[in-house]
Ligand binder design. Structure first.
Ligand code: HPA
Length: 272
């Protein structure tokens, strides 16, 4: 990866960002952008102002970095993500994680909207990630080894930290949300899957499917960060749903679930 992109973004951000490690970094996926409640905003930039990010190109991704305080915690929030399918390389995809790492942050919450594969899932359900399947076969750590990002061959047997999963469960249960733990299949996108692919991923053990999250999770875990992931089921996956899939359906489902997602994140911040 081209570290100059990371250096430029870090140089651009004010010293305040690096003066004290954030307690938690959050990357918000499709439709999750309005889920933050702040007591005090410390730093706020549009992605298009930060070198290396470029504007978020996907509808539903706010494209905003915010350092703020909530419940006595310091939070580095990346509202909107860049994806592998945007064709802009891994640097922009993992830039939020790298910035959080340089700020000294040790904990990362990843959120996304996903298609439900497990027949028990309905749109609006939450899935706490317990593991993932990378169907793309490539990841951001391919390339020359940089020891600041962990060992050459990072262990991936425990990407999603048990303690943070427990906190997510406790919060979701207390709020009466429909929630289960599951395995996330990462696909390259931007095409939705075929019904045959979804049947295959289901047999492989996947519960939900989406086009994000895994690159950031792999990178953060290799770097030694504690990672949590939560998916909002925005639609039933291809072949399970009786209608063709579209991004509007994803946005509609996340919009309906807006308050639920905001409450979950807020209480997670207080308890994690
Ligand atoms: N497939 C892939 N990505 C998605 C889906 C889906 O069904 N829903 C939301 N993101």
């Amino acid at each position: 990866m081209n570290c100059m992109i990371f250096d430029k973004a870090a140089d651009f951000l004010p010293d305040e960002c690096f003066s004290k490690p954030p307690d938690l970094a959050i990357i918000l996926g499709s439709g999750w952008g309005e889920s933050l409640t702040s007591d005090r905003t410390l730093v706020n930039f549009s992605y298009s102002d930060i070198p290396g990010f470029g504007a978020a190109t996907v509808v539903g991704h706010a494209g905003e970095f915010k350092l703020y305080e909530r419940a006595g915690k310091r939070i580095a929030a990346f509202c909107g993500r860049r994806h592998w399918y945007e064709g802009v390389g891994w640097e922009t995809v993992v830039l939020p994680v790298e910035l959080a790492r340089r700020m000294g942050c040790g904990k990362l919450l990843l959120t996304n909207a996903s298609g439900g594969i497990n027949p028990a899932l309905r749109p609006g359900d939450l899935v706490i990630l317990k593991d993932h399947i990378n169907t793309v076969g490539i990841n951001p750590l391919i390339g020359p080894h940089n020891p600041v990002w962990g060992p050459r061959f990072p262990d991936m047997s425990d990407v999603y930290t048990q303690h943070l999963r427990d906190v997510l469960h406790a919060v979701a249960n207390r709020r009466g949300l429909r929630v289960m733990e599951g395995i996330y299949a990462f696909t390259a996108g931007p095409v939705f899957e075929t019904p045959a692919e979804i049947r295959a991923y289901g047999r492989m053990g996947a519960d939900v499917v989406g086009m994000s999250t895994v690159p950031e999770a792999v990178f953060a875990h290799a770097c030694g960060m504690k990672v949590a992931g939560v998916a909002l089921v925005s639609n039933l996956a291809a072949g399970i749903s009786s209608k063709p899939l579209c991004h509007e359906e994803v946005l509609e489902a996340t919009s309906v679930a807006k308050n639920l997602m905001a409450g979950l994140i807020d209480e997670f911040i207080a308890r994690c």
